[in-house]
Design a protein around this ligand. Structure first.
Ligand SMILES: [Zn+2]
Length: 322
């Protein structure tokens, strides 16, 4: 559980061996914490493109936002580079998704509590609103952005953390957050209206990994992934058989690849669905692949969060329609 304030100093939980190793490091090498903010653009380093998009919408021209993971990059498996660490060191504020989305980077934030002023956008979400997911070290499903109304609840923490650093911008941050919340409320209604065009029996969404649970809960879909909530989970023949059987039983017409996950596993499932269960299933991919854990490159339909949500909703409804 992330606590307020996230920046906790001098937390000594290092084992004795690590402490004695630290004692050998000259004092001058130690990092004195994040750089102090003294006017100008607030330098914010984010992990995913989705988080960067949220911070940009709230921060507007007062922030300079950099995302460590580019378009199409899988956050579950991402390992920070030396360049990333330099960016993190230079940031006034580090913003990440949390809930163990950035599985391999958790260590960086855990051990870097003295170095970074880091905050998770999901920090203040009421845990009763989260889907459980006991996998890859995470307690909850981290893919909260698939429920547009839930993603909107991540706005206040960004607004407040920016205002704490840059009080002169507090009004701007509050205004931007309010405006974006209204836009997201309209977007949420738009997705609901699109989903409502599909008969309930057609609302079965099958994707490469189990990222769309919040989407299913919010907009009335039964959701299945070949892989679990994290792409770091392994799949085998039983998983493919299970999914192929489901496609046959439910007569699912199409399954969806994701821009940040390879599609070879799903292809094998479709072969089995046809061979063993007589169900011919379309693989929706290429330009129509769903954006799951990353936005698209600039100029693509999924370059922004609202664009990504619209692309996904339209693609899903079109491919599953009778
Ligand atoms: Zn994911």
């Amino acid at each position: 559980m992330l606590v307020e304030p996230y920046l906790i100093r001098a937390r000594r939980i290092l084992p004795v061996v690590a402490l004695s190793a630290l004692a050998l490091v000259p004092a001058g090498c130690s990092n004195g914490g994040p750089p102090a903010y003294d006017g100008g653009p607030v330098r914010v380093v984010c992990t995913t493109t989705l988080v960067a998009d949220l911070v940009n919408r709230v921060g507007g021209e007062r922030v300079q936002v950099d995302a460590l993971m580019g378009p199409g990059v899988d956050p579950h498996r991402y390992l920070p580079t030396a360049g990333d660490r330099a960016k993190l060191d230079a940031a006034h504020l580090v913003v990440f998704n949390g809930l163990h989305l950035e599985g391999k980077m958790t260590d960086v934030f855990e051990k870097g509590r003295d170095r970074y002023r880091a905050v998770a956008v999901t920090r203040d979400l009421d845990r009763s609103l989260l889907r459980p997911a006991d996998t890859d070290g995470g307690e909850y499903d981290p893919h909260v952005w698939f429920d547009v109304a839930l993603w909107a609840k991540c706005l206040p923490v960004v607004r407040d953390e920016l205002a704490k650093l840059d009080p002169a911008g507090a009004e701007v941050y509050a205004r931007n957050a309010d405006a974006y919340a209204k836009e997201l409320a309209a977007l949420d209604a738009e997705v609901r209206a699109a989903a409502d065009k599909l008969p309930p029996a057609r609302r079965v969404l099958v994707t490469s990994h189990d990222a769309f649970g919040y989407f299913g809960r919010a907009y009335g879909f039964e959701v299945h992934g070949l892989q679990g909530v994290s792409t770091a989970s392994e799949t085998g023949t039983p998983d493919r058989q299970r999914l192929a059987r489901l496609l046959g039983e439910k007569k699912v017409p199409a399954v969806f690849t994701e821009t940040s996950v390879p599609d070879d596993g799903l292809r094998a499932v479709l072969d089995t669905a046809l061979k063993d269960f007589g169900q011919r299933v379309t693989l929706v991919g290429g330009d129509d692949a769903l954006y799951s854990d990353a936005l698209g490159p600039p100029g693509s339909p999924g370059a922004t969060y609202p664009g990504m949500v619209r692309h996904n909703a339209t693609t899903i409804v079109r491919a599953l329609a009778p």
